[in-house]
Design a protein around this ligand. Structure first.
Ligand code: ASP
Length: 460
């Protein structure tokens, strides 16, 4: 498609062509809701064909429904001003080599935080143009594996990623960064932690909560932090690197099996659950907060286990859930079910017969807790004991999403339910821990300034 209509397709493309208005032009658009003036921005390939995107003079981007457009005029054309400068990414013998895999999400579709434009940027040259600090950190190579929002990630993508990481490790890379949408980054992090075990180098997942056309964007800083961690950190694990506090003081590195997106819009959305984060990261480098981590090595050994059984489900229990939810999964050939139960790991009595039937039919059922923090304890109440009698297996303090990807991964290797149980209950990388640190719940969450502020307000 020509650059004049970059990213537009279908009906939206026809409207632009009909009025002869190009992407990057200053346009005035008449609609049934009034007149709008601004710059027509390109769209990413994931977007619909029903809207034009206009950057208003206030800096805000708005979508204009093409059905409301009655007329449109190109007032000025200013492509050069908004283009990300493509510069050749410099190479230096002394710098570590880092590979950036792209999977999609906000971080990759909008990276030009300097010019304020919304642009899909991904080649090393474009990244360098948008975030030149990257060249001070490493020699960067990029590869776009997918271009999807993260709700579209799944087992096939996990497997492709795991294999690609394995190849890079064999080729002697010093660190890996994975750009990913934030919404399901913790699922992918868990899956990769099981599929790529004992990596000799850091594997750092990164995303952004705010698009880079907003002044408060976290895209560039997260990317700088992730590249720093991949290039220099001694922690060689699958990790997530995102804002620590809501301010830009430092980023946090979270273990891939203990991390979760916890806020729909805060930049500090990722929190380590049931433990403390692995490290803080600034432009100066990485400072570990824990000692028990997998250390960087200089070999090229990649232990890649790229398996996944897709017929596994995660069921979030709610009061009065009917047994047919479980029956439907069994009747559709599901081989494993993870339940996120209430409290210490409970569901209501009417669901029992469905669970019994599922177990009889050879479905593996694991229990996790909706509280996220804490352990499944099924010996405390009758409910827990009854469920265990019926064959439900407590998944310790595995997070529900992590237990889900682990069960998919385990059933991808074997149908033998004893083996599956052994795999499920043997920790690979911190998904099951002996105890939660007493101070993890509140203190080490990268929110210390916020906690101080909160306390000051409360204890007036
Ligand atoms: N919806 C987006 C995604 O998860 C949000 C983001 O990139 O942060 O792909």
């Amino acid at each position: 498609m020509s650059d004049a209509f970059k990213g537009y397709r279908g009906k939206a493309l026809s409207v632009l062509k009909e009025f002869g208005v190009r992407v990057w032009s200053d346009a005035s658009i008449q609609t049934t809701r009034g007149e709008f003036k601004g710059i027509i921005l390109p769209r990413s390939e994931n977007d619909d064909d029903q809207h034009l995107v206009l950057k208003l003079n206030t800096g805000y981007n708005i979508g204009i429904d093409i059905k409301t457009i009655t007329g449109m005029k190109e007032v000025n054309y200013r492509e050069a001003h908004y283009k990300i400068p493509e510069k050749e990414f410099p190479f230096s013998e002394e710098k570590p080599n880092v590979k950036l895999f792209g999977t999609g999400g906000t971080i990759e579709s909008r990276l030009d935080y300097r010019t304020g434009a919304v642009i899909p940027a991904f080649s090393p040259g474009e990244l360098y143009g948008a975030v030149p600090e990257l060249a001070d950190i490493c020699n960067l190579k990029t590869e776009k594996l997918f271009a999807v929002f993260s709700e579209n990630m799944g087992p096939q993508q996990y497997i492709t990623l795991a294999k690609a990481i394995g190849e890079e490790i064999k080729n002697g890379i010093h660190g890996i960064v994975i750009g990913h949408g934030t919404d399901t980054m913790h699922h992918t992090a868990g899956a990769l932690a099981f599929m790529v075990q004992n990596p000799p180098v850091p594997v750092v997942m990164v995303g952004s909560q705010r698009s880079s056309d907003r002044p408060s964007s976290d895209a560039a800083l997260n990317l700088i932090h992730a590249a720093t961690a991949a290039a220099t950190s001694d922690i060689a694990e699958v990790m997530v690197c995102m804002f620590g506090p809501t301010s830009d003081e430092y980023g946090l590195l979270h273990r891939g099996t203990r991390v979760r997106k916890m806020h729909s819009s805060y930049r500090s959305t990722f929190r380590t659950i049931g433990d403390i984060p692995l490290a803080t990261v600034t432009c100066e480098g990485v400072k570990p907060l824990k000692e028990d981590y997998n250390k960087r090595r200089h070999d090229r050994k990649a232990n890649v286990f790229p398996f996944f059984e897709e017929r596994v489900s995660l069921v979030y229990y709610y009061p009065n859930m009917h047994p047919d939810i479980i029956d439907a999964l069994v009747d559709n050939g599901y081989k494993g079910i993870v339940i996120a139960g209430t409290g210490l790991g409970h569901v209501n009595k009417p669901v029992y017969p469905a669970i019994e039937r599922a177990v009889r039919k050879g479905v593996a059922i694991y229990m996790t807790v909706q509280t996220l923090w804490g352990y499944v304890h099924m010996f405390v109440y009758d409910t827990g004991r009854d469920l265990m009698d019926k064959g439900v297996i407590p998944a310790e303090n595995m997070l529900p999403e992590v237990a889900y990807v682990k069960l998919g991964w385990a059933l991808g290797q074997t149908d033998d339910l004893d083996c599956v149980k052994e795999i499920m209950l043997t920790p690979v990388n911190g998904e099951i821990t002996e105890r939660e640190p007493y101070n993890g719940y509140l203190v080490y969450q990268g929110g210390i300034p916020e906690i101080e502020e909160f306390l000051k307000r409360v204890h007036k």
